[in-house]
Design a binder for this molecule. Structure first.
Ligand code: GAR
Length: 198
């Protein structure tokens, strides 16, 4: 059966876009809704042009009450009946209540070779550490931040002239290769990790 995929974004949503564009033909999944915590997210505007349903739940009125924010998300999501959630640049931490409810059905892309550099500023941290390789990871989402089972990684060699900005741009290209391939496999029930070289 074709899987229904909800994609969560906070910004431009370039990863969301490549996922949507890949979900055609014999792909085992289709997008059912694009979700954002940010009313101004470019990804929401693009999804509308594609006639994909959208949900915006602004996190700001909820302040520190993450559980109430997530309850509103869950309620808005229900009519779309997703089988899988893809986090694609969704910049809100999720509580254990939400991650447990979606255990084994929610995946995320992160711009580092996990378990290195969980959290933010991954490119600057890789440079500061003098690493020779860097990349991105798709993983299952669990309660601990950027920590679930790894489903795929794409790596590149760091060059002498790299800055955090050049690395971010080069890694984003790899994200766009990796995430669609991993989602295809995941939606088909294949959780064996995929490793790509840039
Ligand atoms: C991507 O680089 C993604 O890996 C990162 O945000 C960017 C979103 O770009 N995600 C995280 O840092 C999550 N911790 P996009 O909106 O163009 O897909």
């Amino acid at each position: 059966m074709i899987k229904r995929v909800a994609i969560f974004v906070s910004g431009g949503g370039s990863n969301m876009r490549v996922l949507v564009e890949d979900m055609i033909g014999d792909h085992p999944a289709r997008p059912c809704v694009v979700v954002s915590n940010n009313p101004a997210a470019g990804g929401i505007a693009w999804a509308k042009t594609q006639n994909i349903p959208t949900i915006v739940v602004d996190h700001r009125p909820y302040g520190a009450d993450r559980a109430a924010f997530e309850a509103a998300l869950t309620q808005a999501l229900a009519p779309h009946a997703p089988d899988i959630i893809c986090l694609a640049g969704f910049m809100r931490k999720l509580t254990q209540g939400f991650t447990d409810a979606w255990a084994g059905r929610m995946i995320n892309i992160h711009p580092s070779l996990l378990p290195k550099y969980k959290g933010l500023n991954t490119h600057a941290r890789a440079l500061e550490a003098g690493d020779t390789a860097h990349g991105c990871t798709v993983h299952e989402v669990t309660a601990a931040l950027d920590d679930g089972p790894i489903l795929g990684q794409a790596s590149i060699a760091i060059e002498d002239r790299d800055t955090p900005d050049t690395l971010a741009a080069r890694i984003l290209v790899q994200e766009h290769r990796l995430y669609p391939q991993v989602l295809r496999r995941f939606a088909a029930g294949d959780r064996s990790p995929l490793f790509l070289q840039g």
